[in-house]
Design a protein around this ligand. Sequence first.
Ligand SMILES: C[S@@+](CC[C@H](N)C(=O)[O-])C[C@H]1O[C@@H](n2cnc3c(N)ncnc32)[C@H](O)[C@@H]1O
Length: 202
Amino acid sequence: MPIVDNHMRAYYQQRAAEYDDWWLGTGLFARRERPGWLAEVAELIELIRSLPPARVLDIACGTGFLTQHLQGDVVAIDQSSAMVAVASARMPHVRVLQADAVPLPFADNEFGRVLTGHFYGHLLPDERTSFLTEARRVAGEAIVVDSARRPNIPAEQWQERELNDGTRHTVYKRFFTAPELAHELGGGEILHDGGWFVAVSA
Ligand SMILES: C[S@@+](CC[C@H](N)C(=O)[O-])C[C@H]1O[C@@H](n2cnc3c(N)ncnc32)[C@H](O)[C@@H]1O
């Protein structure tokens, strides 16, 4: 059964054109107080760039902000046609498809690795289980990159988010510490344990 409700799907479809403002600290994010953010984004990019080349699937790739740094034979999917359009324009050499994370339209073990960035933490507990089952079916390694759980931030929340046009959207978000994420993935190697981001390979 597909995961992620229609509201969140529509929110990302609407957000595609302005999505990279979050990464870059531009637009509405210029007024956010995020000490060390850009330096840690650079570290994360370097981590992605230094992964050994593989046949890799980026699930819920968004605009391809991280995808573009993957080495090897890269396929990227996202449910949003607007995200796919941005990612395709950014990465003409990558096969970018509009497709769902569950079920994945790929054969068992078709990839050496899957990557997913800032998607896992938007999934409800049952959805996370379904997602991991699918990710593990198509690849032997899964790398999950997500937002770090920061002090004084609850582990999960329904966040109200605003877009450039003033519309407001409610989105579920689960924050993990790196050890929590590794534990939830059934063990694994912590690749990044920062103030803003965590990354685990399992
Ligand atoms: C927070 S963005 C992350 C984008 C990118 N991975 C990054 O790190 O910048 C979440 C993405 O998940 C996509 N998405 C949501 N539900 C999905 C699903 N069921 N299957 C595939 N993509 C999905 C959205 O369209 C959106 O692009």
